[in-house]
Each structure stands twice: as C-alpha cells, then as structure tokens.
Design a protein around this ligand. Structure first.
Ligand code: NA7
Length: 528
C-alpha cells in the first residue's frame, strides 16, 4: 500500500481480520515466536523505521511482532486505505473493460485495474479429518486461530494433536500451565534450540549501524538470512559434510547447536542435496534428543527417522525436548497406537480412550495454495484458478499466472517464499511489482500477463530444482502432502533468494521477457 501510493495509485487493502498483522494477527498460541531473528525479520524499506524500532529479544514473540505491524500501519498512515473484517470471495476479470471486479462477503464490489493477492502462504488453517471430531464436548483450539483473550489451561487436562513448528513452540508453555498434557504425535520433527534471549546493545548496535550492508548481503543469500556477520562461512559453510573428518563434522554441528537457530542447516553446503551428508546432521540431532530426554522409549519415539532433516521445515524451539522430562507430560506415538476417533470426552486410540478438558489442534495449514483456491478467481477465456491449479499450482516466477492479467501474487508458489525469510521475499516481490507497474504507466501499457510457454518453462525449472534436492522425499506441506487429495508437488522454488532475485531482475531488464504487455491502443486495434 505504501509503495503503490508512492507511485500515485489509489489502492485499497481488504483483509478478513479485525486488525493488521496477517500471520501474527491469527497465530497467538502460547509460545508463538518467529524463527528468523528479528533484526532480520523486519522491514528494510525505511531507514527511519529500522533505526527507531527496537526489538526486546533475539527472536521476537508474537505480541511484539504484532505491535510492530501496528506501528508500521500507523507510522505510514496505512489504515485509512485498509478495510478490515472483509473476506474476498471472488475476483473476476472483465475482458471488455480490462479490469478486475473484486467481490466480498459484505456484498460489495470493487473495480480495479490491478489486483495483488497478498494472501499469505499459511493462512488457511487445517483441522484434521478425524472421525467424531465435532462430537467432542470440551474446548477446542487451533493454533492458527487462537482466541484473542488467551486461554488459561491452569488445572486442566490438555491434549495437543500435532508436532510441527506451532506445537513445538506451544507445548513447553502449555506444559507449564496445565495439570497434565498429552501430546499426540504422528511424525516426529527435527528441532534446534533457538537460544533466544534478550536483545543487548552489543548485538543491536552493530546491526543498526551496519544495516544497509547487512540487508544487502542477506538479499543475496539462499534463504535471505545472514548467518554470522563476521565469519562469511557461517552464511553457508561451502564444504560438503563428507569432505571433513568425523571429528571436525561433530565440532561444527556442536558449534551451531550451541549458537542455535536455523544456521544449523547451513553447516555444510550439501545437507539438502546429499543423503549421506544429511544423515550425519540428522544423526547428530537424534543424539541430542537421546541425550536430553530421560525416558529412552519417549526419546526414541521423538527421533525422526523416515525423512531427511530440513525437508520438513526445521523447527526452532525453547526447551521442547526437555519438556518431555516433566512428570505432567506424556507422548503418545500415533504410529504405534493410531487415533481411531475423537469422542465426546476426548481421544480414542487403538490403546483406549483418554478424557481431556481441552484439545489443541496444532495441525497446520492448507499451505501456499489453500487461500487462493478458496477465492473464485476467473481471468480471460474462461481461465479459472481452481481449475488451472487442479493438478498443482502453475505460475510464472511465482508472481503471475497466464490467463490472469494484472493479477499479482506476493510470495506465491513457484517463488522462494516459505523457504526464505518471508520479509525479504515480500519486499523483493513488492519491489518487482512496483517496478512493473511503473514501467507499464510510463509506456502506456494496460495489461501484463505471462505467456503460457514461459509459465510452463518456469514450472519445469521449479520442479527440476526441487528434484535436485532431498525435499521431495518428505511428506511435507511443501509437497501438499498434509491435505488429503491435494496434488503432490514441491511448490516453492529452491533456487535460492539471491539467484531468484537475479532471475526476476533479468526478466524485467529484458523488457519483461516471457510476459505479454498490451497497450491500450493495441487493444483497440486488436478489437477492430
Ligand atoms: P505443520 O508443520 O503442518 O504441522 C502440523 C502437525 O500436525 C504435524 O505434526 C502433522 O503430522 C500433525 N497432524 C496433521 N494432521 C494430523 C492428524 N490427522 N493426526 C495427527 N497429527 C496430525 O503446521 P504448523 O502450524 O506446526 O507449522 C506450519 C508452519 O508455520 C511452520 O512450518 C512455520 O513456517 C510456521 P504429520 O507431520 O503430517 O504426520
């Protein structure tokens, strides 16, 4: 909105939420926290903003990130063009007027030349399809739609279903409050300690005085995150795990485990491409789980074995594995005793029924495509997004789709998106889109749309890049595997944030190669 205004465009933002914040508005579960450190998970477009805002912790919690989103909205006077509590139900392109009609659940219609889907990648929460789910009489919560007033679990018997990032953050906090917590785990996850702590002047100072250079460097990195500012090898240690001695490997893993955070996965340059290398990192984390969790059976159940580390999103935690040493916490391994049903009282597995006062579903999202597919989007020549993506998303650069002129996506499938620091990727897409709109205005161009063949080639490129990695070996939400019936396809682009930025910039520099740009007068000629 800020950048579109600067371009001189009138813009309106629609959001179903009651306030700004997106993911950080909805995900208020206990322990919700960003897994990218806050000096990097923050906007870079305003020097004043990044100098005046101070984060209180290395990895900020949800309330602080939400406060930041509100601060940004106020600081840049955004609210006057944001309409809240409004769900977009349809977006139809009119081939005569060459404009989009956006319909909402309030019965309104907006007409716009451009439509930007900034709908998020993890914004449609998913409840598990378990028999009897609606028969349960106690309180239920989904981590992605947490009540704003918070939940007091004091004295309660609580069940958490799921052990992804959200559960791994919530479980230690819920365990401290609840009388008893039972965790139902279908797939164990690899998790690295965050080593979170208060922000210190020693840490913040050098960031603030060197922000420009560090941000520029981060934009060239594979994940859009700068690891280790002084030591370049921390970004991505450019050595195979197979090319160092076992002792040296162990030392490097220990060092990264001690520092904490996702830099662990950059310990070697082939952890996501070489199975033998990946195994060494996976085994290191399993050894840490066994070391931490006192009960050997629970420890073993918490050890992931059947997918490479990092191919389901790596989790970052505070005392997750330690929590299983508490006397009031129990793990149920659903691989041994699967859930048969949710009952009016609780959960029934093949080992019997357990009663609970509350059930927390930490069961994830219909990721990357779910929200876009929930909107009735129709473009030219009868193109419908739901139909077009029935076998999996197809985009050009993750930014646009053939047949849907002037409809942009921010961090759509086919871009680095969820594999990256989202703020870096969001800013890159906004920069690119604003550049495209400025070019169109300067040249009298009315519509932009990818060529079908460019979209096919990009899809092949994204697919090939995915298949060069181990990502395709995991039944992850990156692959659409967590939603029954969803096509299996590695949706984000693994080429790397730096490489991808260059690819997008090259396309623009070559006059928007792969796109059809149509001027108003050309359309008039075509119409005759
Ligand atoms: P995730 O990572 O999709 O995790 C969902 C969890 O719920 C995962 O452990 C699933 O097990 C489990 N799940 C889903 N359905 C069921 C059923 N029916 N029975 C038992 N367990 C189930 O979602 P999160 O919210 O934790 O994290 C999403 C992203 O948000 C995260 O990566 C960050 O980027 C922020 P499964 O692995 O499918 O066996």
């Amino acid at each position: 909105l800020h950048r579109l205004r600067a371009l001189g465009l009138a813009a309106r933002v629609l959001d179903v939420a009651s306030d700004v914040g997106g993911a950080w508005y909805w995900n208020r579960y206990p322990g919700a926290r960003c897994d990218v450190e806050s000096v990097q998970y923050s906007f870079s477009f305003s020097k004043e903003l990044q100098q005046t805002w101070s984060w209180s912790e290395r990895f900020a919690g949800q309330p602080e990130i939400l406060a930041y989103a509100n601060h940004v909205a106020d600081r840049f006077d955004l609210r006057r063009d944001i309409q809240l509590e409004t769900r977009v139900t349809a977006a139809h392109f009119d081939e005569q007027t060459r404009r989009w009609t956006i319909s909402t659940d309030r019965g309104e219609q907006f007409s716009a030349q451009f439509c930007v889907m900034a709908t998020g990648c993890l914004s449609t929460a998913k409840l598990p399809e378990i028999t009897g789910r609606d028969s349960y009489q106690g309180a239920t919560y989904h981590t992605g739609y947490w009540p704003h007033e918070g939940v007091d679990f004091t004295g309660l018997k609580v069940a958490v279903i799921g052990t992804g990032s959200s559960a791994i953050q919530a479980i230690p906090v819920i365990a401290e409050q609840a009388a008893h917590l039972t965790v139902f785990q279908r797939t164990p996850n690899y998790s690295i300690p965050s080593r979170n702590g208060p922000m210190t002047p020693d840490y913040e100072g050098p960031w603030k005085s060197d922000y420009e250079r560090r941000r520029a460097k981060a934009r060239t990195m594979r994940t859009g995150i700068l690891y280790g500012v002084e030591d370049e090898t921390w970004g991505l240690n450019n050595v195979s795990a197979m090319d160092v001695s076992p002792d040296e490997r162990q030392r490097i893993y220990e060092e990264r485990w001690t520092v904490g955070g996702t830099a662990f996965m950059a310990a070697f340059n082939d952890l996501i491409t070489n199975e033998a290398s990946n195994d060494t990192a996976a085994e290191f984390v399993r050894s840490k789980i066994r070391e931490t969790v006192k009960d050997p059976e629970t420890a073993e159940a918490l050890c992931p074995h059947d997918y490479p580390i990092g191919t389901k999103r790596i989790c970052i935690d505070t005392d997750y594995f330690e929590t299983y040493n508490r006397p009031n916490v129990k793990l149920v391994d659903l691989r041994k005793t699967p859930i048969e049903a949710i009952t009016p009282k609780g959960v029934r597995t093949t080992a019997g029924e357990q009663a609970f006062d509350a059930i927390v579903y930490a069961t994830g999202f219909d990721a990357m495509t779910g929200t876009l597919m929930s909107i009735d989007i129709r473009g030219c020549d009868g193109v419908e997004l739901r139909e077009k993506w029935a076998a999996g998303p197809q985009t050009y650069l993750g930014l646009m789709c053939a047949g849907l002129p002037n409809l942009f996506m921010i961090t759509g499938p086919g871009s680095p998106s969820v594999l990256s620091n989202m703020i870096v990727s969001i800013e890159q897409h906004v920069d690119w889109l604003v550049g495209a709109l400025a070019h169109m205005r300067a040249n009298g161009i009315e519509t932009i749309e990818p060529r079908a063949d460019a979209e096919v080639s990009w899809g092949q490129h994204v697919n090939e890049a995915g298949h060069r990695t181990l990502y395709v070996k995991a039944a992850s939400w990156y692959m659409g595997a967590n939603v029954p019936g969803k096509p299996r396809m590695f949706m984000p682009y693994i080429g790397g944030v730096g490489v991808y930025r260059q690819e997008c910039d090259d396309v623009a520099a070559k006059g928007y190669e792969g796109f059809v740009l149509t001027r108003r007068d050309e359309r008039a000629v075509a119409a005759e």
